[in-house]
Design a protein around this ligand. Structure first.
Ligand code: ZN
Ligand code: ZN
Length: 300
């Protein structure tokens, strides 16, 4: 089970209803991590009752303030609450330099280590049941998008099992462990019943312009969380952001199953928002416009 909470969905500056970018991930009620930490992230974690002391990993897409300004407060609070476990922060090139500066600001005592990891396109961070892959995005400064991908799991095909007269039980467990079993005088091998099932794939683009190269990293995502800062007619040249139609094109070209757009310019409130949303829905049926407090639950 993967739970995602949208804690900030505004581009560049907050609005009355939207904070700057922050995504909370919780996998199998166990591993919790953040992608980007906008300035009100800490308040939102508390508002939605999310246990921020159990966040051990933070992925920063790039070092624009709307994506990291909440880090310093969160780091200080974790210290005040008596954290002693290390906190891992991942980001693109120059992350060590920026974190070093950030950690020297102000007076406070921190009794836990912070480990900063600089990533590049193709780097993979291994967790027990999933991986996070970094991929190159197109945002004028060093920037990365992130792919969350569950490792494949072994599942018994119960239709095939029924042909052997087998039901769930210890024999299925043995087959999953790769052992052959004998049942009613016949030998059953793991490959007769056990199948490898692909896990969930969720992609967060961070800030980026549209580029065909993005498609390869996103391919077949169960959920694509893409930035769509502008409506098509409002995009100025040389702005390294996507429009609604570009986010839609990215979802279509990558065969993503669902699209949620975020990082929305403050100009799309009220009527502007309705028009934006209409274009999104017309472009990609299984799509949603993110809002602060939006919760998404995904299951294999
Ligand atoms: Zn941004
Ligand atoms: Zn940016």
């Amino acid at each position: 089970m993967l739970r995602i909470m949208f804690l900030g969905t505004s581009a560049s500056v907050p609005t009355k209803t939207r904070n700057t970018p922050c995504l909370y991930f919780e996998h199998d009620y166990d591993v919790r991590f953040l992608m980007d930490v906008g300035e009100c992230c800490q308040k939102s974690l508390i508002t939605y009752g999310l246990k921020f002391m159990r966040i051990n990993h933070i992925f920063i897409s790039h070092w624009h303030a709307d994506h990291f300004a909440g880090l310093i407060g969160l780091i200080q609070t974790m210290g005040l609450e008596g954290r002693d476990k290390p906190l891992h922060i991942y980001g693109p090139r120059r992350s060590k330099e920026f974190m070093d500066k950030l950690l020297r600001l102000g007076y406070y005592i921190r009794n836990y280590p912070i480990e900063v990891h600089e990533l590049k396109h193709g780097d993979v961070i291994e967790f027990e049941r999933f991986v996070i892959k970094a991929f190159r995005t197109f945002h004028r400064i060093p920037s990365l998008g992130y792919v969350f991908e569950e490792k494949p799991v072994l599942k018994a095909n119960m239709e095939k099992a029924a042909k052997f007269g087998l039901k769930t039980g210890p024999l299925i467990g043995k087959l999953k462990r790769g052992e052959s079993v004998t049942f009613r005088g016949q030998v059953i091998n793991p490959e007769d019943i056990i199948e490898k099932v692909r896990g969930l794939k969720v992609v967060y683009t961070g800030d980026t312009a549209y580029d065909d190269e993005l498609v390869k990293s996103i391919e077949d995502a169960d959920l694509l969380i893409a930035e769509a800062t502008f409506e098509d007619e409002d995009k100025e040249p040389y702005v390294y952001h996507m429009t609604v139609s570009e986010a839609v094109a990215l979802a279509k070209n990558s065969y993503s199953k669902k699209l949620i757009v975020t990082h929305i310019s403050r100009r799309y409130e009220g009527e502007g928002k309705d028009k934006y949303e209409k274009r999104l829905k017309e472009g990609f049926k299984n799509s949603e416009l993110a809002y602060d407090g939006m919760e998404v639950i995904l299951k294999r």
